[in-house]
Design a protein around this ligand. Structure first.
Ligand code: NAP
Ligand code: 2RA
Length: 370
C-alpha cells in the first residue's frame, strides 16, 4: 500500500515539477532581470503605436527605459504609460539615446530613412511598415511560425502586413500537413488598417459631418476594392503583399496565391474569405483539430449555434479566429474558410511585441543578467 502511495506521489510530484518548469519557461522573460532594456516606440502617437503601448503594458514587457517617438509635429506631447507621463521626442533624440529595441510603426518612408540609423547604434528594430518585408537580407517574422530564423545579427526585422499575419497563422499548420497548391483570398478590411485619418472619415460620415477624406470615396455604407496604391499589373500593393509575404514566411514559394483586397466600413478587425487547394486530400474534422491545436488560433465553427468569427468579437483580442470551414465541392482537395483577427493587435502591435519577446527570451538582444 505504502509502495503504491509512494509511486503515486512520485508520479504526481514529477508531473507537478514538469508543469512548474513549463509555466516558468513560458514566462521566462518576466523573471530575467536585464541590466537595461531601453525600448523606443516609434510612431507612438499613431493607431498602431497606441495599441503597442497597451500591449506592452498588458504583457509586462521588461522595459527599464521607455522612449516615445513621433514626428516633429508631436514633439513635446505627453503620453501616459503605466501611470507615468512621458514626453514625445523626435527621431534623432531617440537614436542618440541608443535604445536596445525600437518598435517602429511610423510608415515606410520613416522606416527606410531611420531604421538603419537606429541599427547603426546597436539597436534592434522591429518594423511594421512594408519598407523591409521583401528585402532578401531582412527576416519577415510571425514568431509562432518562423521565430527560429532570428539571430543576434538581425538588426532590422520586418513585421508582416496585418492581412498576411492572420492568413499565415491559419495556413501554416494546414500547409505542413496537406501542402498548399493554390490560395485565393478575398479580404474585407477595416478602416483602422488605413490609420487615424480613415477612422475619422468613417466617424464623420456616420454622424453626417463633413471632414477630411482618407479614401477617394465615402466608406460608410460602401465597399471599396482599393487598399493601398495600384501597381502596373492591376493589383494593389495590399493584394501583392498577400501574394508575396506568405511564401517568405513559410519559406516555400512552390504554391501560388491570388488576392482581392476590399475596404469595408468596420471600425476594427480584418476578415478574409480564403480558398485553399492542397496537393493532398484532407478530412474536415482533422482540419478543425489541427487549427484548434495551433497556438494563437481559435476555431469558431458551429452552424447549429450560428457560431463563426466576426470582427466586432475579435476586437482587442490577440487570437486569429477561423470558421465556416468547409469543403469546396467544385474541385478536389480544396477548402474554404473565413479568417478574422484584430488588425491592430495580432496584425501589428502584438506580433511586433511577440518578436521583441522572442529576441529577449532567446538572448538575441540587450544585456541579460539572471
Ligand atoms: P497612423 O495612425 O497614421 O500613425 C502614424 C504614426 O507615425 C504617428 O505616430 C506619426 O506621428 C508617425 N509618423 C508619421 N510620419 C513621421 C515622421 N516623419 N517621423 C516620425 N514619426 C512619424 O498610422 P498607423 O495605422 O498607426 O500605421 C503606422 C504604420 O504601421 C504604417 O507603416 C502601417 O502600414 C503599419 N501597419 C498598420 C496596421 C494597421 O492595421 N493600422 C497594421 C500593420 C501595419 P505624428 O502623430 O507625429 O504624425
Ligand atoms: C491595411 N495593410 O490597409 C494595411 C494595414 N497594414 O489594412
Amino acid at each position: 500500500m505504502n509502495l503504491i502511495l509512494t509511486k503515486t506521489h512520485l508520479f504526481v510530484n514529477f508531473h507537478l515539477f514538469l508543469w512548474v518548469c513549463h509555466v516558468f519557461l513560458q514566462n521566462l522573460h518576466q523573471y530575467i532581470k536585464y541590466k537595461k532594456m531601453k525600448v523606443a516606440v516609434v510612431g507612438a502617437t499613431g493607431m498602431v503605436g497606441n495599441v503597442m503601448l497597451q500591449v506592452l503594458a498588458e504583457r509586462n514587457f521588461p522595459i527599464t527605459e521607455l522612449l516615445l517617438v513621433a514626428s516633429e509635429r508631436s514633439k513635446g506631447k505627453q503620453i501616459t504609460y503605466k501611470g507615468k507621463t512621458y514626453t514625445v521626442i523626435g527621431l534623432q533624440d531617440a537614436v542618440d539615446a541608443k535604445p536596445d529595441i525600437a518598435l517602429f510603426s511610423a510608415g515606410g518612408t520613416t522606416s527606410e530613412a531611420w531604421a538603419p540609423k537606429f541599427a547603426e547604434v546597436g539597436c534592434t528594430v522591429v518594423d511594421n511598415s512594408s519598407a523591409w518585408r521583401m528585402d532578401p537580407s531582412k527576416k519577415l517574422v510571425v514568431p509562432e511560425i518562423n521565430g527560429n530564423v532570428l539571430t543576434k545579427e538581425d538588426k532590422i526585422i520586418a513585421n508582416p502586413n496585418c492581412s498576411t499575419i492572420q492568413l499565415v497563422m491559419a495556413l501554416a499548420p494546414l500547409h505542413k500537413k496537406y501542402k498548399m497548391k493554390r490560395v485565393v483570398i478575398s479580404t474585407y478590411q477595416s478602416v483602422s488598417g488605413t490609420g487615424v485619418k480613415a477612422v475619422e472619415q468613417l466617424e464623420n460620415e456616420t454622424k453626417g459631418v463633413k471632414g477630411e477624406m482618407a479614401y477617394h470615396y465615402p466608406i460608410n455604407r460602401n465597399a471599396i476594392p482599393h487598399c493601398d496604391d495600384f501597381l502596373d499589373n492591376g493589383y494593389t500593393k495590399e493584394e501583392m503583399k498577400l501574394v508575396k509575404e506568405p511564401k517568405k514566411i513559410l519559406g516555400d514559394d512552390s504554391f501560388s496565391v491570388t488576392a482581392t483586397a476590399v475596404r469595408i466600413p468596420t471600425a476594427g478587425g480584418h476578415s478574409e474569405a480564403v480558398n485553399v487547394q492542397f496537393e493532398n486530400d484532407f478530412d474536415l474534422g482533422e482540419v478543425r483539430k489541427l487549427l484548434a491545436e495551433t497556438p494563437g488560433v481559435v476555431v469558431q465553427d458551429n452552424l447549429d449555434t450560428n457560431t463563426y468569427p466576426m470582427p466586432i468579437y475579435a476586437h482587442n483580442k490577440d487570437e486569429v479566429f477561423v470558421g465556416r470551414i468547409r469543403r469546396d465541392e467544385s474541385q478536389p482537395n480544396t477548402l474554404n474558410m473565413w479568417i478574422v483577427a484584430d488588425n491592430l493587435r495580432k496584425g501589428a502591435a502584438t506580433n511586433t511585441i511577440q518578436i521583441g519577446e522572442y529576441l529577449i527570451e532567446n538572448a538575441l538582444v540587450g544585456t541579460e543578467v539572471v
